[in-house]
Design a protein around this ligand. Sequence first.
Ligand SMILES: [Zn+2]
Length: 341
Amino acid sequence: MSRQEVSPLKWLLVSVILLNMPIRPVVPFPADRPGGRGNATSQSSSQSTSQSQLPSGPQIRAALDWFAAHRAWIDDEQARLTEIPAPSFQESERAAAVKVLLSAVGLEVSTDKAGNVTGLLRGATDKEIVILSAHLDTVFPAGSDVKVHRDKTRMTAPGISDNGAGLAALVAVARALHEARIQPQRTILFVANVGEEGEGDLRGVRYLFESGAWSDRINAFVSFDGPDVERITNAAIGSRRYRATFRGLGGHSWGDFGVANPVNALGKVVSILSRYPAPAKPRTTFNVGKISGGTGTNVIPVEASMDVDLRSEAGDELQRLDAFFRRALRQVVDEENRFAR
Ligand SMILES: [Zn+2]
């Protein structure tokens, strides 16, 4: 064998795939309302939320009263929008329907390059804007029967909750503000966004934040998703997901002993990572969730890979952990190559 002639770096290579996935924790909403959680169904409810922290005044009162007086309209719009099929990447017909509703209450409507429908309600200032959003798309493929079935106050259909309920809330809030003649302090951008589900990979919201006309002025972002009001998600956890793959030349366990071994390298990285001093506050975690590689006892593996999940409540902690992990990968690969015979 003439493997000694191969440059050491080629003996073992590491490739890393970054799998990014947003994680959404939920925190309990201060509980003052009973009621079941909806799943594939949506149910009208007449309970009202605690208003102690809301601004008061006759216009606010009028906007809140509007909801009670227009429950039937809200339900009808929820059903009508739900019955317009909108799998991810095929949201345009439902988008057009929402656009009509937002336009009818005097918003400046448009459709952006991603396909999001936006409706602008100008406030006293537009230095900072607040986005209220609901996603248009559903997980149900084209051809699904999306007919809404009604039984008294109960409506049932694929997507009636997620996100027929969110879209109905979006247009209802726009209409309530309009009819109560509320001019907000900050400009509000109502958004019915595309591509939230699965393969859509949040493309609509990504566009808003990356290249939307208002991307540099977004002060707050509220998403209406599904029918639940018992829990509000109010924070995000940063997460990085990697698949690290180590590759070597492989060989026979006896005859080629000394060749850089991808499984050895993987094991060393796991060992280093497992000793990382992750702080409890801000909560920071890591996990090697899956390892694979190799073909048999007497075969030096050609490849080994590991799936790694890194998370933190704090951006700088996530950055630190991420750098530590990447440094471990480089160190171990160097070391494994250096000691290869
Ligand atoms: Zn949803």
